[in-house]
Design a protein around this ligand. Structure first.
Ligand SMILES: Nc1ncnc2c1ncn2[C@@H]1O[C@H](COP(=O)(O)OP(=O)(O)OP(=O)(O)O)[C@@H](O)[C@H]1O
Ligand SMILES: [Mg+2]
Length: 278
């Protein structure tokens, strides 16, 4: 690897995402936030001569811990907005210049993105950490991949009350398969709810909460497209499908770019490149 390689390191509350770009292509890597030493070893081996730029809530702590005190840190919201545009350009070239960006990380942050920059509109503590926390309380399982495999077998309607359940045959004023109450069926149905059903219902609740807020934000801002990023979407078809479906019911275009979780890391090295060319 030559000195021309640039790498962005996004140190989030749960995961450290690394994106590096150079002559030979692009590398994307992810480490648990607790595995700082392993992450440091990987950086020293694979990004020996690269120029690094950090972002994310734990950026300063991580770079100090790795002894990389001179590496710059860029603000995470700007980095994510910058990076998501780059990731969208290849797969979704027709995406409009202005959109809502919903970053579902450990918690969730919602932004308006325009060519001139981003503005944070709000957020919620319901996010990927909620999924892991509630799933652990309900099933004892905490490994993300195992939980996703479980969720794929689950039926959330065992736990959730839909609008159709409440209207019981009468014609509801809104689509019957919308969720009326997340976990609202548990009291009448508790014996039949498996661990797989519980995890599927937790994912449904997180997906619907962040989508509801995104819909309000989009309406408020007069925007018709929302882009969703964050590691919660990685290998998580239940989450993706719920978000897409809910958005399409409300006529909001939804995009979930592949590798969206690396937006902050990609944005960090792009910002480093722009700074150096000034
Ligand atoms: N291998 C994994 N290990 C743990 N969580 C995972 C994994 N893959 C996906 N996730 C999910 O992704 C979430 C973390 O997402 P992300 O990496 O976008 O957040 P973060 O950047 O660490 O947090 P924040 O931006 O809020 O500081 C976890 O809470 C979990 O739900
Ligand atoms: Mg993050």
């Amino acid at each position: 690897m030559t000195g021309r390689w640039l790498a962005g390191i996004d140190a989030g509350g749960t995961l450290i995402k690394i994106a590096a770009e150079g002559v030979g292509g692009r590398i994307l890597r992810c480490f648990p936030a607790g595995d700082e030493e392993q992450c440091g070893r990987w950086i020293r081996t694979h990004l020996k001569d690269a120029r690094l730029c950090f972002t994310g809530g734990s950026a300063i702590r991580l770079k100090d811990k790795l002894g990389l005190v001179r590496s710059p840190v860029v603000p995470e919201f700007e980095a994510s907005a910058r990076g998501v545009r780059a990731l969208l350009r290849s797969r979704h070239p027709s995406v409009p210049g202005r959109f809502i960006l919903t970053n579902c990380g450990t918690g969730t942050s919602i932004h308006r993105v325009a060519p001139s920059g981003q503005k944070r509109l709000g957020g919620t503590g319901v996010g990927g950490g909620t999924l892991l926390g509630l799933a652990k309380l309900m099933t004892g399982e905490s490994d993300f991949k195992t939980l996703m495999e479980l969720a794929a077998q689950g039926h959330r309607d065992q736990a959730d009350l839909t609008v159709a359940h409440i209207y019981e045959g009468a014609r509801p004023p809104i689509p019957g398969d919308l969720t009326a109450s997340n976990f609202g069926r548990v009291l009448e149905n508790s014996r039949r709810i498996s661990n797989a059903d519980k995890v599927a219902a937790v994912i449904g609740m997180v997906a619907e909460t962040i989508t509801s807020l995104t819909l309000f934000a989009a309406r408020n801002e007069g925007l018709r497209t929302a882009v969703f990023i964050g590691s919660i979407f990685a290998d998580n078809p239940v989450m993706k499908n719920t978000v897409h479906r809910y958005c399409s019911l409300c006529s909001l275009e939804s995009l979930i770019p592949e590798n969206g979780r690396f937006s902050g890391a990609v944005g960090a090295y792009l910002m480093l490149r722009e700074k150096s060319s000034l």
